[in-house]
Design a protein around this ligand. Structure first.
Ligand code: NAP
Length: 239
C-alpha cells in the first residue's frame, strides 16, 4: 500500500509510519517544522523495510494540503491510505483561552484534516479505492478540562469522518476514525507526573497502550475493505 501520514515526524504518527514500513508498505511522511525529526523517521521506516519520503506542509493551509496529497499520489503512482494524524494542543481553561489558542487548534486539528481529506478524496474517488483514517481522541466524547478547543476539534473530526463515509462510500472510499489512547509524547510533555499517574489510573488495564501494538492495529484497519464510518479506540479507558 502507498500511505500518506500527516504529522509523521514524531510521536504517534512516526510509530504508525514505522509499522507500515515494517509491513512492507511505502510511506509518505508529512511534517510541519521539525525536518531533522522527519528525516530520522524516514530513516527508521527504511530500516524497517518500507519505502519512505518526507514532505513539509502545514495542513492548516488549504493549498499546502493539496500539494501534499498530489505529491504523495505522484510518488508511487496512487494513494491507497491517508492517515490524518497531524494535531496540536493549546491547553487553557475556557475562561482564560485566547482567540489564537481556540483558532489554531481548530485550524490544524479540524480544518487541516478536512483540507487533506478533501484532496485525498479527489484522488481516491477517481481510483475507486482508498482508506482514510482520521486520528481523533477519546476526549471528543468525554470533553476535557482545559482542552475545550481540542475536544471540540476532535468531536468535529468524528462528525467529519461519518459524513465523509456517507459521501464517499459510493466511490469505494472507506473513512474511519481512530482514537489512539494516551501516549506520553511531546504533546503531553507539560503534564505533571501526578497528572500522568491520574490518567493511568483511569485505564482499566492500569497501563498506557503499547505504541508498537498501536502500529499493528492501524496497519490492520487501513487494510479493511468492508468497514466505514466507524470509530475505533485503541484504549482501555471505558467511555
Ligand atoms: P506530537 O508528538 O506532538 O506530534 C505532532 C505531529 O504533528 C508532529 O509530526 C508535527 O510536525 C505534526 N504537526 C503539528 N502541526 C502540524 C501542521 N500544522 N501541519 C502538519 N503537521 C503538523 O503529537 P502526538 O501525541 O503524536 O499526536 C498525534 C495525533 O494523535 C494528534 O492528532 C493527537 O491529537 C492525537 N492524539 C494523541 C494522544 C496522546 O496521548 N499523545 C491521545 C489521543 C489523540 P513537526 O514535527 O514538524 O512539528
Amino acid at each position: 500500500m502507498n500511505v500518506l501520514i500527516t504529522g509523521a515526524s514524531r510521536g504517534i504518527g512516526r510509530a504508525m509510519a514505522v509499522a507500515f514500513g515494517r509491513a512492507g508498505h511505502n510511506v509518505f511522511l508529512n511534517f510541519e517544522k521539525d525536518r531533522s525529526a522527519a528525516e530520522a523517521a524516514m530513516a527508521e521506516v527504511w530500516a524497517a523495510g518500507g519505502g519512505a519520503e518526507i514532505f513539509q506542509a502545514d495542513v492548516s493551509v488549504r493549498e499546502g494540503a493539496r500539494k501534499l496529497v498530489e505529491a504523495a499520489a505522484r510518488r508511487w503512482g496512487r494513494l491507497d491510505v491517508l492517515v490524518n494524524n497531524a494535531g496540536i494542543s493549546r491547553d487553557r481553561t475556557i475562561l482564560k483561552m485566547s482567540e489564537e489558542e481556540w483558532r489554531r487548534v481548530i485550524e490544524v486539528n479540524l480544518s487541516g484534516a478536512f483540507w487533506v481529506l478533501q484532496a485525498a478524496a479527489k484522488v481516491m474517488s477517481a481510483q475507486k479505492d482508498g482508506a482514510i483514517l482520521n486520528v481523533a481522541s477519546i476526549l471528543a466524547a468525554r470533553g476535557a478540562v482545559g482542552g475545550a478547543n481540542y475536544a471540540a476539534a476532535k468531536a468535529g473530526l468524528v462528525a467529519l469522518t461519518k459524513s465523509a463515509a456517507r459521501e464517499l462510500g459510493r466511490f469505494n472510499v472507506r473513512v474511519n476514525a481512530f482514537l489512539p489512547g494516551f501516549h506520553p509524547t511531546d504533546m503531553n510533555q507539560a503534564f505533571t507526573p501526578e497528572h500522568v499517574e491520574k490518567i493511568k489510573g483511569e485505564h482499566s488495564l492500569g497501563r498506557f497502550p503499547d505504541r508498537e501494538e498501536l502500529g499493528r492495529f492501524i496497519v490492520h484497519l487501513a487494510g479493511l475493505k468492508s468497514v466505514s464510518g466507524q470509530v475505533f479506540a485503541f484504549e482501555s479507558r471505558i467511555l
